[in-house]
Design a protein around this ligand. Sequence first.
Ligand SMILES: Cc1ncc(COP(=O)(O)O)c(C=O)c1O
Length: 389
Amino acid sequence: MPHTQSRRLAKVQTPIIPIVSRWIAQTPGTVSLGQGVVSYGPPQEAVEALHGFPASPSDHRYGAVEGEAPLVAAIEGKLLVENGIDVSGVSRVVVTAGGNLAFMNAILAVTDPGDEVVLQVPYYFNHEMAVEMAGARVVPVRTDADCQLDLTAIEAAITPRTRAIVTVSPNNPTGAVYPAVALRGVNALCKARGIFHIHDEVYEYFTYDRTPHFSPGSIPGAAAHTISMYSFSKAYGLASWRMGYMVIPEGLWEAVNKIQDTLLVCPPVVSQHVALAALRVGRSYCAPHVARLDGMRTLMAAALSQSGVPCDVPTARGAFYYFVKVHSSLDAMTLTERLIREHRVAVIPGTAFGASQGCHIRVSYGALDAQTAQEGVSRLVQGLRELTR
Ligand SMILES: Cc1ncc(COP(=O)(O)O)c(C=O)c1O
């Protein structure tokens, strides 16, 4: 078969968001509880920073592979103050085109084909896709009934081929926030077994009920085996600008330099300009939005927990998702399509996140105002009642 895609890519799941988006487009008036985006845009200061760009011909040339020095310096300051991560000497910051590229950089840097990467199930689908694309193997480990880490199961999954354990907190798709003690456990395990701890914190500002956020990169002695990743997409409403960053052990820089030089050459300079202005505004920008989202979270949980709604809703104190277990014999893909076509409400099927046992759906409330959220969840409740009858 000369003109077919590689076997490696053939094994990678088809992106789910475009599939769901097509069903939504075919069903006018659908309320989307689907894609994980926020409703708001960037701070005004970030938009205004564009007026000073391009200032000179050099703004149109390639920039540094690791990102522009002023942005890297500002990120280093933020990491020290907010995350307790001191990069001086042992680690370094690399600006990337979003958290997704940070993850791809990490996987390509630490795995050889056939190596294993432990993902918690349900996982963020692009993490699974990246591991498969790199020719490495996903080792899925189920989280517990409350979507929390199961350290014993993680340890049992380690083999001589394991190169990394991945954690995401606050979590997509479950909204779970892992306590410091659990993340310390994973990090210590990685240190003891000579493997990397890859930790995704792109939802670091999105926690509720005063739930603290913890960065394992801040643990003394963690720098040499911890890769932490962040994003401007959610906190600052900058998804289309493709801006994120990672903290890597100094020893991985040579590899990441090769990868990012090849995939990206440099992070888009104009986006870095905007991101720097956003970072100068700081996390206070997103605080009122998080407070508003908390209201949406409560509204969603209240509606889905009413008696007679055929589902279980695990605790979610972070991000802007619920990962709902539906009491249905339908497969999640069929349920999702029917919810859209028959009830005009969109969710994401749990199978995309590796949840193969039972029927799960991810419900996202990041992009909604209160009225739309109410309408969306009412349709969802009615749809679940009718479709599981
Ligand atoms: C857990 C997680 N990591 C990374 C990303 C990617 O974000 P970015 O837009 O920075 O690539 C997302 C986006 O939904 C996410 O949910």
